[in-house]
Design a binder for this molecule. Structure first.
Ligand code: PEP
Ligand code: MG
Length: 325
């Protein structure tokens, strides 16, 4: 099996009926790019930059960040690299920021909320990204966007930093795409409005599932409610894809669900454009997609979206579609 998958390492990802999707990888450090290239990743769909900030006793400088972003962009040689701005808080703490303890950290002061408040931290990261942009194909993505206002503010700050750098004569890539994660139900529900303002969406199912079913992703007691194939999740993903495509924007997914063999036929049928997963899942996913017909899957989507339970979805998918094992 592994040998069969390995043959696909330099191949594009194409369904049985000729539809191309992009298989990207999630990374946490520049060194992770090795695994992406070895496993035939077509892009980096999520660079979790918080690892630059963790396991140390002070903030990373602009230069340190610039070096890391430049390295990833160069090593990806013009392939798309989606960098997510700092997503700290929730399960990830930064001891040196000494933030007050919260009752519900997952519903608290984290990610873009922190960045819009602590703007020095955010602006430093944005400058490092903008300066690195000429070394490859950079796309910038904001995490945990709940409202259109947050997206507008984040984008405005990014444009301010860009203009300030350009005024100083710093070269910055043209047409850097600016997108957001859809990982809070409000942004999935409002996807049609967001779609007019973003260049792309990336669905973060790890959080979207916990917020939609109100089941803490770290809490074993409620893990039975953490249901990726719950029709509620599938409907939200469907809404996001429809809304984006209506505005000519692309949609990726960078939660664990994107590399899951039960989810893949559904996501392909719903029209997901980019699947971002751990590098080691890419070849298996490419093989599975090559055995699935997108058009045929599309014909099943209405049935699946009308189902009542997770169990129904799982049995239907396993009975009707090729599941790569
Ligand atoms: C997600 O929420 O799906 C996601 C990709 O982000 P993280 O797992 O880093 O919260
Ligand atoms: Mg998340």
């Amino acid at each position: 099996k592994k040998a069969e998958w390995a043959k696909l390492v330099n191949e594009p990802t194409v369904s049985k009926d000729g539809h191309h999707v992009e298989l990207a990888a999630n990374i946490g450090t520049p060194d992770d790019v090795t695994g992406v290239l070895e496993n035939g990743g077509e892009a980096v769909g999520l660079y979790r930059t918080e690892f630059l900030y963790m396991g140390r006793d002070q903030l990373p400088t602009e230069e340190e960040q610039f070096d890391a972003y430049k390295k990833v962009l160069e090593r990806m040689k013009g392939k798309s690299v989606v960098v997510r701005t700092l997503d700290i808080g929730g399960d990830k703490e930064l001891p040196y920021l000494s933030l007050p303890k919260e009752m519900n950290p997952f519903l608290g002061f984290r990610a873009i909320r922190l960045c819009l408040e602590e703007q020095d931290i955010f602006r430093t990261q944005l400058r490092a990204l903008l300066r690195a942009s000429i070394y490859g194909n950079l796309k910038i993505m904001f995490p945990m966007i709940a409202t259109v206002d947050e997206f507008r503010q984040a984008k405005a700050i990014l444009l301010e930093e860009k203009e300030a750098l350009q005024a100083k004569g710093v070269e910055i890539a043209e047409g850097i795409e600016i997108g957001m994660m859809v990982e809070i139900p409000s942004s999935a529900v409002m996807a049609d409005v967001f779609a007019k303002e973003v260049d792309f969406f990336s669905v973060g199912t790890n959080d979207l599932i916990q917020y939609t079913l109100a089941a803490d992703r770290m809490n074993e007691r409620v893990s039975y409610l953490y249901q990726p194939y719950n029709p509620a999740i599938l409907r939200l993903v469907h809404m996001v894809i429809l809304a984006a495509h209506k505005e000519g924007k692309w949609v990726g997914m960078c939660g664990e669900m994107a590399g899951d063999e039960i989810a893949i036929p559904i996501l392909l049928g719903l029209g997901l454009d980019e699947f971002s997963m751990s590098a080691t899942s890419i070849l298996k996913a490419r093989s599975q997609i090559s055995k699935l017909s997108k058009q045929e899957l599309e014909g099943h989507m209405e049935t699946i979206l009308q189902m009542s339970t997770t169990e129904e979805v799982i049995s239907y998918v396993t009975e009707n579609f090729h599941i790569e094992k």
